[in-house]
Design a protein around this ligand. Structure first.
Ligand code: ATP
Ligand code: MG
Length: 257
């Protein structure tokens, strides 16, 4: 089965353009089965604000107290997942919401309790759930919450979750959809970037905030052997006539595909 994993940023779910869905249809026409992982940054921030819970980030990762975690789950599972699933359904996809914390689907360890609180790194993905859904011609829409071995729920950066799922399922393409065209350096979209270039741009402060976990996840996927990893915009066409738009992450500098 040919598969494409699409991580849809919370930054862009409310702004997905008709041309984004046209790109999805083109992928389907080429025989790909789609699965989605979603983020939810802006929705989470809005509810934290309403509840007057302060927010804090460390290298693009959200510090998550027990109180924050409750809000994260409410928003991701109760709102963002529902919004994306409904949009996909209205465009003819058989969307099916999946909670990472159910049935041991996403299992994780705490990264650094002191620094980040209830934030995890995925150690195991039970891919059978996803295979079952894909075989039934459903389009899984995955919420990035995981559980520890003892059942504690952890907030997983959606880019990390997408990378772990892409690696475990060995998808054909992994795409990070966000609110910018790709990686922009000095005002210009960069069509291809290697790990070395990425690390130097993080070091010099040209890649910042939420783009850091995204590029690191993209590099992780490339290093685990997946051939096609891209960062694209959800506001524009990202795939048309078998051609991709956005930034492609490549294994080594200077190798053009
Ligand atoms: N060099 C860069 N090129 C492009 N965007 C960058 C760069 N450095 C930092 N960014 C920021 O990264 C943001 C995208 O990451 P962000 O985490 O905000 O969104 P997302 O991952 O799509 O959504 P969510 O985190 O809700 O899933 C862009 O909106 C931009 O502000
Ligand atoms: Mg993000």
């Amino acid at each position: 089965m040919k598969t494409v994993l699409i991580k849809c940023g919370g930054s862009v779910i409310d702004e997905l353009s008709p041309s984004f869905f046209t790109s999805l249809k083109e992928l389907e026409k080429e025989g790909y089965h789609l699965l989605f992982v979603h983020g939810g940054g802006p929705d989470i921030n809005a509810l934290l604000e309403l509840y007057q819970v302060p927010r804090e980030f460390e290298n693009g990762l959200r510090k998550t107290t027990a109180e924050t975690m409750e809000i994260v789950e409410m928003v991701l599972a109760g709102k963002t997942n529902r919004t994306l699933a409904a949009k996909l359904t209205s465009h003819g996809f058989n969307a099916f919401g999946v909670n990472g914390s159910d049935g041991g689907f996403l299992q994780a360890n705490i990264i650094d309790q002191e620094k980040l609180g209830f934030v995890g790194d995925i150690i195991k993905v039970k891919t059978d759930v996803i295979s079952m859904l894909l075989n039934g011609r459903y389009t899984p829409v995955i919420t990035p919450i995981a559980t520890t071995a003892s059942g504690v729920k952890l907030n997983i950066n959606a880019d990390f979750a997408a990378a772990a799922i892409a690696n475990n399922l060995q998808v054909d393409h992994c795409i990070f959809v966000t609110d910018v065209q790709g990686i922009i350096i000095n005002g210009e979209l960069v069509p291809q970037l290697s790990k070395q270039e990425i690390e130097s741009y993080i070091h010099t402060g040209l890649i910042t905030g939420g783009m850091i976990p995204k590029v690191r996840s993209a590099v992780d996927v490339i290093e685990k052997g997946l051939q096609s990893v891209r960062i694209v915009s959800g506001k524009e066409v990202f795939f048309s006539q078998s051609k991709w738009v956005g930034t492609e992450i490549i294994a080594k500098e200077g190798i053009l595909r």
